[in-house]
Design a protein around this ligand. Structure first.
Ligand SMILES: [Cu+2]
Length: 429
């Protein structure tokens, strides 16, 4: 059996190598999907390169219905498009430079799309014509623009949208590709504009839409470089040296420490399906996005249309995205983290999803035992009183649902329930 597997593997390798070779013969600039007719194709059932999507049908802008975009304000996603025809979608976004809280007692001078970090979530349908209006509040001090990664065209719209304070600009683009795309300011110095919070997501739905879910949330990671350390109080200026060294004081979701914690946790119920539209504005750090205690049923990796199933942690590149879908079976508090874990517990990259509903003790039992463990041959400590297993204090939250305050050990660092031997085995000690 093992030999057979190896043999099949070798054959596949040969076919794959041959197929790649053919791909290299494709003239540059071609779609590369079809081998020349004269070249024999070794594996007709397995195309050498992925199929290209159908081209977006031509549109006549003059005949399109005109729709004002409904934007999503984080953590709420923009509503689904629910349309089976292309439209001209008007998007209006105002740039505002605002001083807001980055953490409790900590202020920062943000540059924003729409007054918040991230900027509003924009949602259109593949093939739509997007008419983009960028307004800059007269009180702003800097010129800004926008580079939308969903744009096919130079600069993603940056040059066409360069907008001085007290001005408004307009350009349009057709959304040719499905996916979840970051937008950001691209005015020099670009890193500073992004570091100050100028990013958000534009989602281009496939023509047929995505499967429906019960909740769609909008979460964008980004880091902030302040002169003071994490939680140093007062108005904190930007620290260029920390930014160049990629050593942020804060790594947060939705532009603020604890933006999804406590009363601001994302709500859901047992039995519901949740979809997260995830982005990473950076400016520097790739995110290893994980939800503690959940497995993603589906991940649209990098916001594209390739769907992976049964994923624990997904990478979100800077200037990139992902969609994750999962169903909730068990109530409790689920912790959203960047699994580069010091960021989660020491720099703010931590959020919560609070799930209410009935327990299912088959799927997850909760703690079944906590008894004294004394391996054979362990001498009793001199004069030590026998240690009784201490029941948790009444009213104390279980580790899984405890809000990880600074001094609280992280949920993952607590002795995992799985490590506790079943009660039957434990009795032999
Ligand atoms: Cu800017």
């Amino acid at each position: 059996m093992r030999h057979a597997t190896r043999f099949i593997g070798a054959v596949l390798l040969v076919i794959f190598t041959a197929a790649c070779g053919q791909g290299q013969q494709t003239p540059a600039g071609g779609a590369g999907n079809e081998a020349p007719a004269s070249v024999p194709v070794a594996a007709p059932a397995a195309p050498a390169t992925p199929e290209a999507k159908d081209l977006v049908p031509k549109i006549d802008p003059a005949t399109l219905p005109v729709i004002e975009a409904k934007l999503g304000i984080a953590p709420n996603a923009a509503p689904p498009v629910h349309r089976d025809y292309p439209a001209k979608v008007i998007v209006k976004v105002e740039i505002r430079e605002v001083v807001k809280e980055l953490a409790d007692g900590v202020k920062y001078s943000f540059w924003t799309f729409g007054g918040a970090v991230p900027g509003p979530m924009i949602r259109v349908r593949r093939g739509d014509l997007v008419e983009f209006h960028l307004m800059s509040h007269p009180g702003n001090t800097m010129a800004h623009n926008i580079d939308l990664h969903a744009v096919t065209g130079p600069g993603g719209g940056a040059a066409s949208s360069f907008t001085a304070p007290g001005h408004q600009t307009q350009f349009s683009f057709q959304a040719l590709n499905t996916g979840v795309y970051i937008y950001h300011c691209a005015t020099a110095p670009v890193p500073l504009h992004i570091a100050n919070g100028m990013y958000g997501l534009i989602v281009v739905e496939p023509e047929e839409g995505w499967p429906g879910v019960d909740h769609e949330y909008y979460v964008v990671q980004g880091e902030f470089y302040t002169k003071g350390d994490y939680h140093a109080q007062g108005l904190q200026p930007f620290d260029a040296q920390k930014a160049i060294a990629e050593n942020p004081s804060y790594v947060v979701f939705n532009g603020r420490d604890a933006s999804l914690v406590g009363d601001r946790a994302l709500p859901a119920k047992v039995g519901e399906k949740v979809r997260l539209f995830l982005g990473n504005g950076g400016p520097n750090l790739v995110s290893s996005f994980h939800v503690i205690g959940e497995i993603f049923d589906a991940v649209y990796a990098e916001g594209g249309d390739a769907v992976s199933h049964d994923v624990q942690t997904t990478l979100i590149p800077v200037g990139g995205s992902a969609i994750v879908d999962f169903t909730l079976q068990v109530p409790g508090t689920y912790i959203l983290v960047d699994h580069s874990i010091f960021r989660a517990f020491n720099k703010g990259a931590l959020g919560m999803l609070k799930v209410e509903g009935p327990e299912d003790t088959t799927i997850y039992s909760g703690r079944q035992a906590d008894e004294v463990y004394k391996p054979e041959g362990t001498p009793p400590a001199e004069g030590a009183a026998p240690v009784e297993a201490t029941p948790p204090a009444e009213g104390a939250a279980p580790a899984e649902s405890a809000p990880p305050a600074e001094a609280t050990p992280p949920a993952e660092a607590t002795p995992p329930v799985e490590a506790t031997p079943p009660a039957g085995e434990q009795k032999q000690y």
